[in-house]
Design a protein around this ligand. Structure first.
Ligand code: ADP
Ligand code: MG
Length: 590
């Protein structure tokens, strides 16, 4: 059973409940109290629509994914119509599996806490008949079961349908998929009229449509937008990025992302255009949509995103409403939304259909307090990550480039290149083949080599932001004294610290790092000083330094599943820009 919070379900600590409350839906007080006990404050979309319709006696067809709160949507009105004094089955709920039957029965029982004498029973196959039969004869009012077992009880007359007024088909498409179509039909036919039928399904194939047309009377149709993905299938991260560096940071994030497609949320039309155009200029397959973009054009763009013709969509919240594309593996909150609900809707665009998704929020140093509000709403902490460095971007491109070599080699027609390389090497006897390959690779991934730094570039800014307290209260600009001091010694150029490309987000434990440094690096424990682990990297003091051989071995050593890529950390060092070692992991060897 999932403990996740469905993304479109309001949570009890939402600061500003929008729409109706449970009290507004017309439920009897005993049920209102029960949902309050359970901590439900605001009804979910399907609840807000289904409960009033069912309380009015209407049949309903509800199309909604799992995790949208359907059980309460039918369970509460069901209980409102059941008489606890009458010892007869008055409501039947059909579910596709035994687990669901038990789960739904438990949920309905929990809604019935303030209805003394009301009994709920789960019946399902694979369990002995007799206990179910005994419980039925004691006079429960609500039966939740799988279609096959419900029919068995009907056939054996251990379940009587005379008093049943309320029938629910939960996850109807699943039931049909599992071959229960006929059983469901028979239960429907055995249910006397007048009666109320509620049919719920995640999808609406023709077979379900036929069931609805044939057995339901003028049903109210309710469709809730596919917001089903649970926040827990989405890894939620944030990075502190000063406003003017956001585009640079975004293009690096996109450059190393493994997601098939990404959506970047911005607040305004202007920002959508600015960010979208900037990405296109950087050669990224991107487009933007805002309220200004005509509906037809918008649909065309979304279709390109879905088909893979487009990888990155920059969108305002309004323009992206209802957007539903499975390929989206990454959602970037280019800004932190003011309303936590907006954040929840945004990140619901990824992690769909059980896939893994990632959400990243850019937070400016002064916006950090908004994170806590979001964490309270989604009930899961956001993990701080560092924006990939140019080295990370290059390393990622190299990896992709090398991954394509075997296939390219297979295709042949390489003679002209072989000849050119051989001629070049013959003319430059001081250049080794590996050196030449390194240069060609650097050119192929767009690494222009070290450039003079201004002291105000993205990396300096990111480093400063990272050393600042992650959850600053009033003063975001400076860290607590200890942190600040370290940043200062850094700038003043203290003893070299070493940087490894593995951090918290890889699950790095200090012990594993010490193990690698003492094992592969040939150091002993006392050679190591302070270790600071950050999101995607860690810093280690090695006062005695490392031999070139040790660096070479350690560069290839894997810890927590990733290569250490150890190098001297240069930190922010304004004015020393040109002396900063290049980000190419291959430089300085040999
Ligand atoms: P579905 O049947 O649509 O998959 P469930 O009825 O199983 O969804 O509900 C999913 C989870 O959401 C359950 O843990 C339930 O307790 C919780 N839940 C349902 N409605 C609300 C609400 N209005 N507020 C908060 N939590 C809710
Ligand atoms: Mg359900």
């Amino acid at each position: 059973m999932s403990t996740s919070v469905p993304s479109d379900l309001p949570t009890s600590d939402s600061p500003t409940p929008a729409g109706p409350t449970f009290a507004d839906l017309g439920l009897p007080p005993a049920l209102g109290r029960a949902v309050a006990d359970l901590g439900f404050v605001t009804p979910s979309g399907i609840q807000a629509q289904a409960i009033p319709a069912l309380l009015q006696g209407r049949d309903i067809v509800g199309v909604a994914q799992t995790g949208t709160g359907k059980t309460a949507a039918f369970g509460l009105p069901l209980l409102a119509s059941v008489d606890p004094e009458l010892a007869a089955v008055q409501a039947v709920v059909l579910t596709p599996t035994r687990e669901l039957a038990m789960q739904v029965a438990d949920a309905i029982q929990s809604f019935a806490t303030h209805l003394p004498g009301l009994g709920v029973l789960a019946v399902y196959g694979g369990a002995p008949f007799l206990p179910q039969q005994r419980a039925l004869s004691r006079g429960v009012q609500v039966v939740v079961g799988t279609p096959g077992r419900v029919l068995d009880h009907l056939d054996r007359r251990t379940l009587k349908m005379d008093a049943v007024r309320y029938l629910v088909l939960d996850e109807a498409d699943e039931m049909l998929r599992m071959g229960f179509a006929e059983d469901v039909e028979r239960v429907l036919e055995a249910t006397p009229r007048p009666r109320q039928v509620a049919l719920f399904s995640a999808t609406m194939p023709p077979a379900i449509r036929r069931v609805a047309d044939q057995h339901l009377e003028r049903p109210v149709e309710i469709t809730v937008a596919r917001q089903s993905s649970t926040v827990t299938t989405v890894r939620q991260t944030y990075a502190v990025v000063p406003h003017r560096h956001k585009i640079g940071a975004l293009s690096r994030v996109l450059a190393v992302s493994d997601a098939d497609a990404a959506i970047v949320f911005v607040r305004t039309r202007g920002a959508a255009e600015e960010v979208g155009s900037a990405l296109v200029e950087k050669g990224i397959s991107a487009a933007y949509i805002s309220g200004d973009v005509a509906q037809a054009e918008r649909e065309k763009i979304v279709e390109r995103l879905r088909s893979g013709a487009l990888d990155v969509l920059v969108a305002t919240d309004v323009a992206a409403r209802g957007l539903d594309v499975d390929r989206i593996g990454l959602v970037v909150n280019y800004d932190v939304p003011r309303e936590p609900e907006t954040y929840v809707h945004r990140i619901g665009r990824t992690g769909r259909a059980g896939r893994q998704g990632e959400a990243l929020a850019f937070v400016t140093p002064s916006e950090q307090s908004r994170l806590r509000l979001i964490e309270r709403t989604t009930r899961s902490p956001l993990e701080q990550i560092t924006i990939p460095s140019p080295a990370d971007v290059s390393a990622h491109r190299v990896e992709r480039l090398l991954a394509r070599t075997a296939e390219r080699a297979q295709l042949g027609r390489l003679d002209m290149y072989t000849t050119a390389i051989e001629a070049h090497l013959a003319a430059h006897p001081d250049v080794t083949p590996v050196q030449l390959l390194a240069v060609l690779t650097a050119l192929a991934v767009g690494d222009e080599g070290p450039v003079a730094r201004t002291g105000d570039d993205l990396d300096d800014a990111l480093q400063r932001a990272h050393l600042a307290p992650a959850r600053g209260h009033d003063d975001h600009r400076d860290g607590p004294p200890r942190e600040r001091r370290r940043a200062e010694t850094h700038i003043a150029g203290g003893p070299p610290r070493w940087r490894v490309a593995v951090g918290h987000r890889d699950g790095l434990q200090p012990g594993a790092l010490v193990g690698a440094l003492t094992g592969e690096g040939g150091l002993s424990g006392k050679d190591l000083g302070k270790i600071d682990i950050f999101g995607s990297f860690a810093l280690v003091d090695i006062p005695g330094g490392l031999s070139p051989e040790a660096v070479d071995r350690l560069a290839r050593t894997r810890v927590a599943g990733r290569p250490l890529r150890i190098r001297v950390d240069t930190g922010p060092r304004p004015g020393h820009g040109a002396s900063r070692p290049s980000h190419g992991p291959h430089r300085g060897r040999g």
